[in-house]
Design a protein around this ligand. Sequence first.
Ligand SMILES: [Zn+2]
Length: 104
Amino acid sequence: MQCGCKDKTNILKVQGNRDLVSPIWCDKCGWNIKLDELQISNELKSELISWNLCYRKLINPKTGEYIDNWIEFREQYDRRGCKLSERLQLELKEEYIIRFESFI
Ligand SMILES: [Zn+2]
């Protein structure tokens, strides 16, 4: 798996973002990890992608600002993100340590 670290990383962070497809990052160097580089099921891959895409719903496209009920939105978003992180940990087993971080 490719990232900016000299040694192979084993700590991954799950964090939603607006601009990239993958919500997975190297927790050491901050490199965005492509989902195809991870040995995980296609089902989990597509759920991670669709979860990450929800991030964009947080921003009002007309004003570029957060939507009014963003606190409620964040709760749901984080709950789903935590569950997906747990599943990611299960599928990757002990090879990696998975950490979830909210986007704000
Ligand atoms: Zn790295």
